[in-house]
Design a protein around this ligand. Structure first.
Ligand code: NAP
Length: 548
């Protein structure tokens, strides 16, 4: 039953996180008449886009799939770029918040610090950093997978006297690189975008690279209002189609076996996907690219040869586009680039390979690597996140045995369908460990996971289930499934955040479910249709366990 005022229940649902996932869930609960409130420690709606405001930060998904599918939103907000930047995404999220009338149901600037579950009443009490305490039957954590930034442990890092920033904690005001000696550490998606921007204005830019980014050409386009309006029907059908694809994009993997193709057919497929730009060359590739070494190498060599055409400094060819693949192509997330490889042709841009010249320390005035000290005015840490597990593992929430989610994951990565952890009743999460979100187009994942969360809670509320908890054996089965799928692929052969290999000390194991959108949806639907056999449910009137 939904909470009535006067109940000891303050709310039906507490949602944490105001990115795509949290906003969608809030909206869906409100539509169904639940008492729900969302909390976020940012300044406003947007989640990752509220925080990752570094120069050049933009999304790698085409705009026609990088938005909510609600026609009321889609038909009334105009984007001007095929791959919008944070400058356009922030107003978009504010538009959504107003259109869906979410503002009275959201509080910003406060962080979930901890929560405890009252077993007698089956209620969560959540504590927030501003002193707020709220009680609800359901706790939904939509905190995202790129939430917890990693600062490298470099001796002397705190002594640097110049400006220093992590891409994920960029100051709200403008930061100018103009005329400065800038260092960027890291060449993931955040690094590539920052490097492109810094190369334009920095007096000198030095990039510290550990692994080359097998970045793909973005193919950015800009639109006038009229041009964007004309694309309306196409956007609608692209969204429809994206719900049926592996990665949530408006194109799909191609299942025809690589080995069955003639050399001419292989060349044609490589060229076609490359020329169409964006992630086509990755998530529109032959599916064999993720499993078959030969197909994968063919993709790498084609990428290498295309990129090498753009690199003019002889000394950088092997560093940026090595003869042999540094890892299987696409097993580490590539990103989209615009003038990334061209930037290295400029006189003001240098690349340091930290494998040959490891960073030894940071001093008051700069960085010492390979015995060479370089002075900087500004150091940018584009060193990534504790993806998939970081946000949930940081919470002070304990099970009946006093263990946190981190304690459990330190032993074994266990979730029930990437939605719950055994021992934590009535707590659901999205966009985290063992869900496909980190391997899916964001809004597609948010709606897929959000629908299941909201429908599950609604089902329980309607049938009087007041307590639900994931079963340990079901969580073990899902963890096995995640590993089984990953082990069939080439993913474990890359040291990537998909494998948890980017965080020193983190146990390497596949983090997202990489079986794709449809396989995940099938698993979620199957559980729901079968009455949640992977959970233990208890109704309000009967204290013993009942079947749904
Ligand atoms: P990331 O992909 O984890 O990249 C971190 C980079 O820092 C890597 O190049 C890593 O090298 C390097 N690094 C880490 N510690 C280092 C050290 N001690 N010394 C030298 N180099 C070090 O992080 P990210 O670029 O922030 O991206 C994370 C994810 O966020 C992306 O994969 C994507 O899902 C999302 N994102 C998306 C966009 C977009 O859509 N355009 C933009 C930004 C982020 P190694 O590779 O050797 O580990």
């Amino acid at each position: 039953m939904k909470a009535e005022s006067g109940d000891s229940i303050d709310l039906d649902v507490i949602v944490v996180g105001a990115g795509f996932s949290g906003l969608y869930i809030l909206h869906e609960f409100l539509k169904r008449g639940y008492r729900v409130h969302l909390f976020d420690d940012g300044e406003g709606p947007g989640g990752t886009w509220d925080r990752n405001n570094y120069p050049g930060a933009r999304v790698d998904s085409e705009v026609w799939v990088y938005q909510f599918t609600d026609p009321e939103i889609r038909q009334n907000f105009t984007f001007s770029e095929k791959f919008p930047s944070w400058r356009e995404l922030k107003p978009y999220f504010n538009f959504v918040a107003d259109k869906w009338e979410l503002r009275p149901h959201m509080t910003f600037g406060t962080r979930l610090e901890g929560a405890s579950f009252d077993n007698a009443e089956s209620l969560w009490t959540a504590r927030f950093s501003d002193g707020t305490v709220r009680r609800a039957r359901h706790l939904v954590l939509a905190m995202g997978s790129t939430t917890t930034p990693i600062f490298p442990k470099i001796p002397g890092i705190e002594t640097f006297a110049g400006e220093s920033y992590h891409c994920a904690r960029w100051p709200k005001g403008e930061v100018s690189f103009a005329g400065k000696r800038v260092a960027v550490i890291g060449t993931g998606a955040s690094g590539v975008q920052t490097i492109q921007e810094a190369s334009k204005t920095a007096d000198h830019l030095t990039v510290y690279q550990r692994t080359p980014n097998l970045a793909l050409p973005m193919g950015q386009e800009t639109y006038s209002e009229q041009e964007y309006a004309k694309m309306g029907p196409l956007i609608g059908s692209a969204m429809e189609y994206s719900k049926k694809t592996f990665g949530g994009f408006a194109y799909d993997l191609d299942s025809r076996p690589w080995a069955d193709r003639s050399p001419a057919e292989k060349d044609e497929a490589l060229r076609r996907n490359w020329d169409q730009k964006g992630f086509r060359y990755w998530l529109g590739a032959p599916s064999d690219m993720f499993f078959d070494e030969e197909c994968n190498r063919d993709h790498y060599y084609f990428w290498r040869d295309e990129v090498r055409k753009r690199i003019k400094k002889e000394s950088l060819i092997e560093l940026l586009a090595p003869t042999e693949p540094p890892h299987p192509f696409g097993a580490k997330r590539p990103c989209l680039e615009q003038w990334y490889f061209d930037a290295y042709n400029q006189e003001n841009v240098d690349l340091i390979d930290v494998n040959a010249a490891p960073i030894e320390c940071i001093t008051e005035s700069g960085i010492v690597a390979g015995g060479v000290a370089r002075e900087f005015d500004c150091i940018v840490y584009a060193t990534g996140f504790d993806n998939c597990t970081g946000a949930l593992a940081a919470l002070d929430i304990k099970d009946a045995a006093g263990r946190t989610i981190k304690d459990i994951w330190d032993e074994k990565y266990l979730t029930y369908l990437g939605k719950m952890v055994p021992g934590f009743p009535n707590l659901l999460f999205t966009y985290a460990l063992q869900s496909p979100s980190a391997f899916l187009n964001g809004p597609t994942a948010a709606e897929l996971e959000g629908d299941w969360v909201v429908n599950t809670v609604a089902k329980f509320e309607e049938t009087g289930v007041h307590r639900y908890e994931a079963n340990l054996d079901a969580a073990h089965r899902w963890a096995e499934k995640c590993n089984e799928v990953a082990n069939m692929s080439l993913m474990p052969k890359a040291k990537s955040w998909y494998m948890g290999a980017n965080v020193p000390g983190k146990r390497p194991e596949i983090q997202p479910f990489i079986g794709g959108q449809l396989a995940y949806k099938a698993a979620l639907d199957e559980e729901m249709d079968a009455g949640y056999p992977g959970m233990t449910l208890a109704t309000s009137s009967v204290s013993n366990v009942v079947a749904a």
